[in-house]
Design a protein around this ligand. Structure first.
Ligand code: ADP
Ligand code: MG
Length: 328
């Protein structure tokens, strides 16, 4: 049976993680001209939008449920990077056709992700055209406490959460194979890499905790060096990364030779880990946080006077140093 615009909104998008279920003060959600959000007293609204275009940001055959999860996680990662807590998101969906099977899977994945992050779908727009998704996320944080890119100070230590480069590796050897020699990957290795690409974990709890600890933060979407470059520029400082301390997953280490692994960790992108700067006196708080969250937080470098991002090689002198790193 053909799906009308309003029929498909009602069927697939009207009831995704209602505010009450998310533990958020009920708002006006899908169905009116605007959604309404309530901010807690003394809080600021944090807003971010991301667009994912078919064939550019995801492969044309991406499974719909996984794509939905990835789209929401990627958007929520921006809230995490500011230290904000989720309030609600909108979805502008452009579809080539009202394909019920695709929509059912997409809606299922979106619901699972929305429930995981406790964020209600509060509205959107549905149009016909080449497949593309725009998700706008809304969050809140205590006024004046946002983790901005501009706060890094000379002497700060630079940290990163989780491991780096896995998503780039997944893309290059599983999703859109290129020039990586295809090593036989075991089933668990493949599962791990596909999860890192399609199910990045937005580091919300870390971001919220870092409001009291970090001087600046960013989520890594374009690659560590490129994203640290944004902090360096906004803060008018230089950042030096020591490649020896980059956190690599066991799968990365097993599959790639070290030089290749470091390149992907430095500039692969799509990690959605947080990179953040911490004044020396707050360093003990980072170790405590890693313990509480059960999440590795690795010190990978330091903030210096100057400008730009540079990479200090390990003892094996594998990578160019000095004035930054060029993509492969
Ligand atoms: P308007 O004409 O006011 O823009 P629409 O007809 O586009 O309203 O949408 C009707 C309602 O459905 C609105 O509340 C809108 O937020 C919601 N909506 C439309 N598309 C989506 C979607 N893909 N996901 C969630 N809500 C949607
Ligand atoms: Mg509309």
């Amino acid at each position: 049976m053909a799906l009308s615009e309003f029929g498909l909104i009602a069927q697939f998008f009207s009831d995704i993680c209602p505010a009450a279920a998310a533990g958020i003060e009920p708002v006006l959600g899908v169905g009116d001209d605007c959604a309404l959000l309530a901010l807690s007293p003394g809080h600021q609204l944090a807003v971010s939008v991301d667009t994912l275009v078919n064939g550019v940001h995801f492969p044309p055959d991406a499974p719909a449920a996984q794509l939905a999860w990835r789209a929401l996680a990627v958007s929520i990662s921006d809230l995490a990077a500011m230290g904000a807590s989720p309030l609600g998101f909108t979805l502008a969906l452009t579809l080539p056709a009202a394909d019920g099977d695709w929509l059912r899977e997409f809606s299922r994945g979106l619901r699972a992700a929305a429930e995981h992050y406790a964020i209600p779908l509060i509205g959107g727009d549905t149009t016909r055209g080449p497949l593309s998704l725009s998700l706008q996320v809304h969050g809140q944080l205590p006024a004046g406490q946002a983790l901005c890119r501009r706060g890094a100070r000379v002497g700060d230590r630079v940290y990163v959460s989780g491991s780096l480069g896995d998503s780039a590796l997944a893309l290059r050897c599983l999703i859109a194979p290129t020039d990586i020699p295809t090593v036989a990957l075991s089933a668990p290795q493949q599962t791990f890499l596909l999860q890192r690409y399609y199910r990045p974990e937005a580091r919300l709890a870390l971001g919220e905790a870092l409001r009291a600890v970090a001087s600046a933060a960013i989520d890594i979407s374009d690659g560590l060096l490129a994203d640290l470059g944004h902090i360096a520029k906004a803060s008018a400082v230089a950042i030096c990364v020591d490649s020896e301390y980059l956190p690599l997953s066991p799968v990365m280490t097993a599959v790639c030779e070290r030089r290749r692994a470091l390149m992907m960790a430095l500039s692969g992108g799509d990690d959605y880990e947080l990179a953040f700067c911490v004044a020396p006196e707050r360093v003990p708080a980072v170790a405590a946080l890693a313990e509480t969250l059960g999440l590795p937080l690795s010190c990978i470098g330091e903030v210096l006077a100057g400008e730009g991002v540079s990479c200090r090689s390990g003892p094996d002198n594998l990578l160019p140093g000095a004035s930054g790193y060029q993509h492969f």
